[in-house]
Design a protein around this ligand. Structure first.
Ligand SMILES: Cc1cc2nc3c(=O)[nH]c(=O)nc-3n(C[C@H](O)[C@H](O)[C@H](O)COP(=O)(O)OP(=O)(O)OC[C@H]3O[C@@H](n4cnc5c(N)ncnc54)[C@H](O)[C@@H]3O)c2cc1C
Length: 568
C-alpha cells in the first residue's frame, strides 16, 4: 500500500490550493485524482471571483462587510455568518496572491484588476480573466503545485473512504491505467472532490461531477448538509445546457420572452437581470410555464447583440465560441436560446470553518463541502473564492493535524486491508452476476427524476414520487452487473459503481427537499411558497441509515445580520 501523511482527493482549485498550503507547512502530501488536475471542472468557470477590491468606478465604497451582507442576503439567511465573514475578509488577499502567482486577470486602463457586476450584489466585485477565469486560476495553482514538487496520482478513481471507530485511515482506489485495485494509507484525508451536478441530466457540470466524494463520506457516516439546496443557473444553452455565464448579463445582456419583453421588470424591478440566480431562474421558468417561451418551446432569449462584436470578443470570447460551435449561432447577430439548468451543489459534506468533520483526520473543502457560505443560494463569483480561501485554510488545518497525529502505515493498514477485501468482493459480484437490471436505463431514471420533479419548482406530490422511484432504484441496484470484462480503463465498471453513489445522493436530496415545507433560496415549494424562519431557519443534516436517509437539523450561525425579507 502507498502511504502519505496527507492524501488530498481532487486536483481542482480546492484540492490544489490545499495541497500547496500543506506542502508549505512541511506535510508529506499527495493528490489523488480521477482526472489530471487541469482537467477538473474548476477550469470551466467563466464569470469571475469576488473580492471587494473597489477597483470598479461604481464600487469605491465596497468593503468586506458589504460583500458579507450581500452573501448573507443572497443565501436567504441560511448561510453561516462566521464562515461568510472569513470568506469576504480573506478575498482581497486571495486575489492579490493569485495575481502575484501570475493569473492573467483582465485589467482596467489604470492597470488595476478589472471587476464586473454579477447577480445579487450592491457593487461590481467579480474579478475576471475574460470569460475563462477558472481556467487561468486552475493553471496558476497547478504551476505552484509543480513548483513545490507535489506528487499527483492521476487517473485513480477513489472508491471508498476508509473510516473505522470514528477515525480515517485511507482510501480504496481503482487505478484506471493499470486496472488494479489499490489501497492508500494516510494519517489524514482531505476530500476536494467537487459537486454532484450530474445526478441531474440538464446540468452545466462536467460529466465526472457525479458527487462520488460526497456519497463516500455519507457512506462512511459523515452527514451531508443541506442537500436539498441545488442551484439552477438561469442561463444554460438550450439543447446542451452548457453554461452561458452570468458575466453575459454582467456585461449588459438582456432576457427576452416571446413577446420581446424584458420580463425581469415584473420580477425584480431594481436588480432586473442581475437579481440573484434563484430569483432569475424562477422568473424564466415562470415565463416558460405560462407559455411565453420562444415559439412555445422551453426557452427564452439571452440577447447580447447590443453589446457589439468588440465587447463580446474582449470580455466574452468563450461564450461566442460555444454558441458558434454548439448552437450554430453567432451571439453578435442572434439572441441565444437559454433555460435554467442544474449548476451548483450548495449542500455537501458537513464541515467546520477549518474544513474538519465529525471523523478524526477527515477534512473536506470546495464544492464537495458545505460550510455553509452559500446557504440556500450561492452568489455568482463566490464559489471560486470559497475553493481558494477554504482550500488554503483546510490544507493548513490538515497539515497541522498530521504533524500532531503521526500514525504511520502500520496504524492504518489493517483497516484499509479490510476495506480492500470488501471492495474486491463487491467487484467480483458485479463482474460475475447475470444482470436483471440495466444500469444505464437506471441512471437515466435517476437523472430524469431529478430533472422533472426535484427542479426549480417543487411540490410535495412530485417529491413523494421522486422518493418512491429512487427507493425502488436503490433495491433494483442489486440486479445490475458490469458487462465489460477487462480491468484496464473499464468505464462500464466505473459507471456501474457510480450509479450506486448517485442513487444515494439523489435520495438524500429528494428526502431533504420533501421534508423542508417552506421556500427558501433555490428550494422553491409550490405548496409552501413562503419562507418559514420559525420552523426552518436551520440546516439539514442527512445521515445514511440502513433504510435510507435519516434527517437531523442544526442551527444556522446568525451573529451579525438579522433575517429580513429579501427585496431585489
Ligand atoms: C461551467 C461552470 C462555470 C462556473 N463558473 C463559476 C464562476 O465564474 N465563478 C465561481 O465562483 N464559480 C463558478 N463555478 C463553480 C466553481 O467553478 C466550482 O464550484 C469549483 O470550481 C469547484 O472546485 P472544486 O475544487 O471543489 O472541484 P472540481 O474543480 O470539480 O474538482 C474536483 C476534483 O475531484 C476529483 N474527483 C472527484 N471524484 C473523484 C473520485 N471518486 N476519485 C478521485 N478523484 C475524484 C476530480 O478528478 C477533480 O480533480 C462554475 C461551475 C461550472 C460548472
Amino acid at each position: 500500500m502507498i502511504h502519505h501523511q496527507l492524501l488530498i482527493v481532487g486536483g481542482g482549485l480546492a484540492g490544489l490550493r490545499a495541497a500547496i498550503k500543506a506542502a508549505e507547512a512541511g506535510a508529506d502530501c499527495a493528490v489523488v485524482s480521477l482526472v489530471h488536475p487541469v482537467r477538473s471542472h474548476s477550469g470551466a468557470a467563466q464569470g469571475g471571483i469576488n473580492a471587494s477590491l473597489g477597483n470598479h468606478p461604481d464600487s469605491g465604497a465596497d468593503n468586506p462587510e458589504h460583500h458579507a451582507f450581500d452573501t448573507v442576503k443572497g443565501s436567504d439567511y441560511l448561510g453561516d455568518q462566521d464562515a461568510i465573514r472569513i470568506l469576504c475578509e480573506e478575498a482581497p488577499g486571495c486575489i492579490h496572491e493569485m495575481e502575484h502567482w501570475g493569473t492573467p486577470f483582465s485589467r482596467f486602463d489604470d492597470g488595476t484588476v478589472a471587476q464586473r457586476p454579477l447577480g445579487g450584489t450592491q457593487y461590481p466585485r467579480a474579478c475576471y480573466a475574460a470569460d475563462k477565469t477558472g481556467h487561468y486560476l486552475l493553471h496558476t495553482c497547478y504551476e505552484q503545485a509543480v513548483l513545490r514538487g507535489l506528487k499527483v496520482y492521476d487517473e485513480y478513481s477513489v472508491q471508498e473512504l476508509v473510516v473505522e471507530d470514528g477515525a480515517c485511515h485511507g482510501l480504496v482506489t481503482y487505478a484506471l491505467r493499470t486496472g488494479m485495485v489499490e489501497g492508500f494509507t494516510a494519517d489524514a484525508v482531505l476530500f476536494a472532490t467537487g459537486g454532484s451536478g450530474r445526478i441531474f441530466g440538464r446540468s452545466t457540470s462536467a460529466l465526472i461531477n457525479t458527487g462520488t466524494g460526497m456519497a463516500m463520506a455519507y457512506r462512511a457516516g459523515i452527514p451531508v448538509k443541506d442537500p436539498e439546496f441545488v442551484q439552477f443557473h438561469p442561463t444554460t444553452l438550450y439543447g446542451t445546457n452548457i453554461l452561458m455565464s452570468e458575466g453575459c448579463r454582467g456585461e449588459g445582456g438582456y432576457l427576452l420572452n416571446s413577446e420581446n419583453e424584458r420580463f425581469m421588470q415584473r420580477y425584480a424591478a431594481s436588480f432586473m437581470e442581475l437579481a440573484p440566480r434563484d430569483l432569475v431562474a424562477r422568473s424564466i421558468q415562470t415565463e416558460i410555464d405560462q407559455g411565453r417561451g420562444i415559439g412555445g418551446k422551453p426557452y427564452v432569449f439571452l440577447d447580447l447583440r447590443h453589446l457589439g462584436a468588440a465587447v463580446i470578443d474582449e470580455r466574452l470570447p468563450g461564450i461566442r465560441d460555444i454558441c458558434i460551435h454548439f448552437a450554430g449561432l453567432d451571439p453578435v447577430e442572434e439572441p441565444i436560446p437559454i433555460q435554467p439548468g442544474q449548476h451548483y451543489s450548495m449542500g455537501g459534506i458537513d464541515v467546520e470553518t477549518d474544513g474538519g468533520t465529525c471523523v478524526e483526520g477527515f477534512f473536506a473543502a470546495g464544492e464537495a463541502a458545505c460550510l455553509s457560505v452559500h446557504g440556500a443560494n450561492r452568489l455568482g463569483g463566490n464559489s471560486l473564492l470559497e475553493t481558494i480561501v477554504f482550500g488554503a485554510r483546510t490544507g493548513t488545518a490538515a497539515a497541522a493535524y498530521v504533524r500532531d497525529h503521526v500514525g504511520g502505515p502500520a496504524a492504518h493498514a489493517p483497516a484499509v486491508g479490510r476495506a480492500l477485501d470488501r471492495f474486491t468482493a463487491k467487484l467480483d459480484r458485479l463482474l460475475a452476476r447475470k444482470p436483471t437490471a440495466d444500469a444505464y436505463a437506471m441512471r437515466a431514471q435517476v437523472t430524469d427524476t431529478m430533472d422533472s420533479v426535484v427542479q426549480v419548482f417543487r411540490t410535495g406530490q412530485g417529491l413523494d414520487q421522486a422518493v418512491r422511484t429512487l427507493r425502488d432504484l436503490r433495491e433494483r441496484y442489486e440486479g445490475v452487473a458490469v458487462r465489460s470484462g477487462g480491468r484496464i480503463f473499464n468505464l462500464d465498471m466505473l459507471r456501474v459503481l457510480e450509479l450506486d453513489t448517485m442513487i444515494d445522493l439523489a435520495l438524500a436530496t429528494a428526502e431533504a427537499a420533501r421534508a423542508r415545507t417552506e421556500s427558501r433560496g433555490a428550494h422553491s415549494r409550490v405548496d409552501f411558497p413562503k419562507r418559514d424562519d420559525i420552523e426552518w431557519l436551520r440546516h439539514t443534516l442527512a445521515y445514511r441509515g440502513d433504510d435510507g436517509p435519516r434527517l437531523e437539523y442544526k442551527p444556522v450561525v446568525i451573529d451579525q445580520f438579522k433575517p429580513q425579507e429579501r427585496v431585489y
